[in-house]
Design a binder for this molecule. Structure first.
Ligand code: 5AD
Ligand code: SF4
Length: 316
């Protein structure tokens, strides 16, 4: 199924869309993202924010006030889901915890907070939950444990165990993979999809590999969008009501990539609300990443014939 192309691929997408329509009413859930730090303890071979680049990049950690201010901008544009993400750095946790507490105390049930900040202890996760965050994304990236170890210099097991911990303390959880990583087999991508089922995740993403500058993998070939799209369609069919983003990496690989993501069964889009000063330093995929704007989301969602999720305020 992951290998289909052409007419067969269109049939696969059609089936995924029919299931999405039946289970989710074709509503696209919108998230506003705040990129809170570019400091990272991990040394992933595919990411320019890796630890070894610490001296090359200008580092930032947002303050509680920065995060709160950007959250207000997200909410005032009509988006009720805030995604706080960053490199894995425990120094950011106090600011995030305070900001989350403040956002939830002001906006109460009209806001939902998703975190994507990496591996921490159960106690640290509990603090974030108690502050008011309801979901946590911890992508497993690849289910091939030796490839994971080779590219990230740490065990896959820690991450999978943390997924269980997060779920056990009441978080909605998300996982996801990077497809077309150098050395990754198609069989292991089937295993990646199996993780969505085995761990009963609520959210799942598929990003095609982007060879990013200033990384050991910068000369490797770019990921195959069709493979990523097929994986999205398979996940939709196997887990009908799951949240699947159509990620910016699809667009970076080719214009219209995110439109194809929605055509293949995705139902989430993310708008970037990080201010320009910090955005410039958030080097994921390198300097010329594709930064998703509200207009781009609107056009993409309209083109595919889906509807944007409305909060209490008219959207955009
Ligand atoms: N190509 C594709 N996806 C990447 N990510 C990081 N670097 C790359 C890359 N070069 C994804 C990972 C990570 C998220 C922040 O972005 O899935 O979890
Ligand atoms: Fe850190 Fe995430 Fe980049 Fe890995 S992909 S180096 S964990 S920011």
């Amino acid at each position: 199924m992951l290998k289909v192309r052409g007419e067969e691929q269109e049939q696969l997408f059609l089936a995924a869309r029919a299931i999405r329509k039946a289970y989710t009413n074709d509503v696209v859930s919108l998230r506003g993202v705040i990129e809170v730090t570019n400091v990272c303890r991990v040394n992933c071979d595919y990411c320019p924010m890796r630890r070894d680049n610490i001296k090359k990049n200008e580092r930032f950690n947002m303050s509680e006030d920065d995060i709160f201010r950007m959250a207000e901008m997200i909410i005032s544009s009509g988006i009720g889901i805030i995604l706080i993400q960053g490199g894995e750095d425990r120094n950011i946790l106090p600011a995030v915890e305070k900001a989350v507490r403040r956002i939830v105390s002001v906006y109460k049930d009209s806001v939902e907070i998703i975190l994507n900040l990496g591996n921490f202890s159960k106690e640290q996760y509990i603090r974030l939950r108690d502050a008011g965050a309801s979901s946590y994304i911890l992508k497993h990236e690849t289910s091939d444990s030796s490839l994971f170890q080779r590219l990230r210099y740490e065990p896959l097991e820690d991450r999978l165990n943390n997924l269980v911990v997060l779920k056990s303390i009441g978080f909605n959880v998300g996982s996801g993979l990077i497809s077309s990583l150098p050395g990754q087999s198609i069989e292991s991508i089937a295993e990646d999809i199996q993780i969505a089922l085995d761990y009963n995740v609520d959210m799942f993403s598929v990003s095609p590999f982007i060879p990013a500058p200033n990384t050991p993998l910068h000369l490797s070939p770019a990921g195959d969008n069709d493979l990523a799209l097929n994986a999205i369609a398979c996940v939709r069919i196997l887990r009908p009501s799951i949240l699947i983003p159509s990620v910016s990496a699809l667009e970076k690989n080719g214009p219209g990539g995110q439109y194809r993501g929605l055509s293949a069964g995705a139902n989430v889009m993310t708008v970037n609300f990080t201010d320009i000063e910090h955005q410039k330093k958030y080097l994921i995929y390198g300097k010329d990443r594709f930064v998703v704007t509200k207009d781009h989301v609107k056009l993409t969602v309209e083109k595919v014939g889906m509807r944007l999720q409305h909060n209490n305020v008219p959207i955009m």
